[in-house]
Design a binder for this molecule. Structure first.
Ligand SMILES: *[C@@H]1O[C@H](CO)[C@@H](O)[C@H](O)[C@H]1NC(C)=O
Ligand SMILES: *[C@@H]1O[C@H](CO)[C@@H](O)[C@H](O)[C@H]1NC(C)=O
Ligand SMILES: *[C@@H]1O[C@H](CO)[C@@H](O)[C@H](O)[C@H]1NC(C)=O
Length: 474
């Protein structure tokens, strides 16, 4: 739209004039006051919405992540003669060969250890190392905790181990069998850029994850959860944690069978219960294809990040995954991909469900798309809360400080990459933009993230953010 461009060039002239007029310190002060306006406006929206009496059921799984430095765990051992790849690890020499392979590539990997004795020995070694620490792992418990902290009544599909029960908020109902939890430890072996191990050098920081957990990857809690779901009568069923199925040596046909069990659980929900599926990064294309066939068509709502969006888009469109994804994509390009997914999955009506909500979380902004004839409410508030949660999570502080925040979004964004598309100009007093499109059938909101510049946490961000947005829309 021509007017949009005129306004935007007028704004940029203003910015140039402003830059010329003010000294550097004044410029900084102006930026801070802009951030303060944006933050105040967003906090004001957040304060207007409280979470009602909602019951949310969250699947599947939980584990204990034990973090350890590779240089301390494997470093003292003699490096292997060669690097090699295995689908599962049976011996210490196989572990060393495969670790060296991914270490020299600097790429993340996760593998199953089929030798319980070996894994127990490694965990014991790890427990004695300086700098080791542990944390609750898996997407489902992160989402469950966030829902509970926001005031929802939550039931989680996970086995009841002493560690998991201790880590979760007390009011989260953990539906699963009691176990000691010795077998759901995931050992996260981290290494830093530029380290070396004998003749092997790593170009970048990354992690190699090993476990001998056959409960989480096979989604062992699905059946027992099902027995309790009908009594709990959730308003929302959240399906997540399925990336634990990645790189697990399933017997032929077993993975499909487990995905069908998830599908059946989603289908067993009454129409009054909405179903959300939270994506994650899946390294196996075959698993993503299985999700596209058995799980995604049975969800009303999807949540994902900027890496997962192009993969899902490409998988739905071409049956393959895109190799490179932009870490800071333009609003216009993600909106186009979201529209494609929304159209394709919104027309599909298997089991009476169709996609009516799509939430994309990126570093710079939150985008929420909903069908206006669906029961999802408060889209503006949800996008706002998701954006605020992104800052709080990364900074590790519920109090947002503009001193440690900056905005990566430009002064506006285009609605689509198609030529002649309209442009939205950023308004500090109303920083979250919402509009209707496609003849009023679809509402879209974009909220800027006040990106935290003092990073405390990165893992689990997407889960916290997705949950914070969802809880206001149920
Ligand atoms: C399993 O690991 C133990 C302990 O490291 C080792 O003694 C044993 O040989 C391994 N088993 C196989 C089949 O490699
Ligand atoms: C996926 O398939 C499409 C259409 O066949 C092709 O254009 C594209 O290059 C493929 N992408 C990858 C990563 O293989
Ligand atoms: C995100 O979730 C984890 C696990 O529940 C929690 O420790 C962390 O504080 C959360 N962050 C925010 C900002 O809610």
């Amino acid at each position: 739209m021509a007017t949009g461009r005129v306004v935007s060039s007028f704004v940029s002239i203003l910015v140039i004039v402003a830059a010329f007029w003010y000294s550097r310190d004044d410029g900084h002060a102006m930026l801070q006051s802009r951030l303060q306006d944006v933050l105040n406006a967003m906090l004001e929206v957040e304060q207007q919405y409280a979470v009602g009496e909602v019951r949310i059921a969250v699947g599947y799984g939980a584990c204990k992540d034990v973090f350890v430095h590779g240089s301390k765990l494997l470093g003292p051992l003699s490096p292997p003669q060669r690097t090699a790849h295995f689908s599962a690890i049976q011996s210490l020499s196989q572990l060393k060969e495969m670790y060296a392979l991914f270490y020299t590539a600097g790429s993340a990997a996760e593998r199953f250890v089929s030798n319980d004795t070996l894994f127990a020995e490694l965990v014991e070694m790890a427990s004695a190392l300086p700098g080791m620490y542990s944390a609750l792992g898996g997407n489902a418990p992160v989402m469950a905790s966030r829902f509970a902290k926001e005031g929802a009544k939550v039931m989680l599909a996970a086995r009841r181990t002493p560690y998991i029960l201790e880590q979760l908020p007390e009011k989260v109902i953990v539906a699963g069998e009691e176990t000691t939890g010795s077998d759901d430890i995931h050992l996260i072996i981290e290494y830093k850029a530029g380290e070396s191990w004998g003749a092997y050098h790593t170009p970048r920081a990354n992690r190699f994850i090993i476990h001998s957990d056959d409960s989480n990857p096979t989604l062992s809690t699905v059946e027992s959860f099902g027995e309790r779901l009908s009594k709990f009568r959730p308003h929302l069923l959240v399906v997540g944690g399925l990336q634990m199925m990645d790189n697990f040596p399933f017997l032929p046909g077993m993975r499909e069978e487990r995905l069908r069990a998830v599908r059946d659980q989603m289908m067993s929900m009454p129409p009054s219960t909405r179903v959300h599926f939270e994506m994650a990064s899946f390294t196996e294309t075959e698993l993503l294809a299985g999700l596209v066939e058995h799980v995604i068509p049975y969800a009303d709502s999807l949540g994902m990040n900027e890496q997962e969006l192009p993969n899902l888009h490409s998988m739905l469109r071409y049956g393959n995954v895109s190799l490179v994804a932009d870490f800071n994509p333009r609003v216009a390009s993600v909106l186009d991909q979201m529209r494609d997914i929304f159209r394709q999955l919104g027309e599909l009506r298997v089991s009476g469900r169709r996609l009516t909500r799509l939430h994309l979380h990126t570093l710079a902004f939150q985008a929420v798309m909903v069908a206006t004839d669906s029961p999802w409410t408060h889209t503006l508030a949800a996008a706002t809360k998701a954006a605020l949660t992104a800052n709080r999570h990364v900074c590790g502080n519920p109090q947002i400080s503009i001193e440690t925040a900056r905005m990566l979004m430009d002064d506006g964004f285009t609605l689509s990459e198609a030529s002649g598309s309209g442009r939205v100009i950023f308004d500090n007093q109303h920083p979250v933009s919402c509009w209707k499109e496609q003849g009023g059938r679809v509402e879209v909101c974009i909220a800027p993230v006040l990106v935290c510049t003092t990073v405390r946490h990165t893992a689990g961000g997407g889960d916290n953010i997705s949950a914070a947005g969802l809880v206001l829309q149920v």
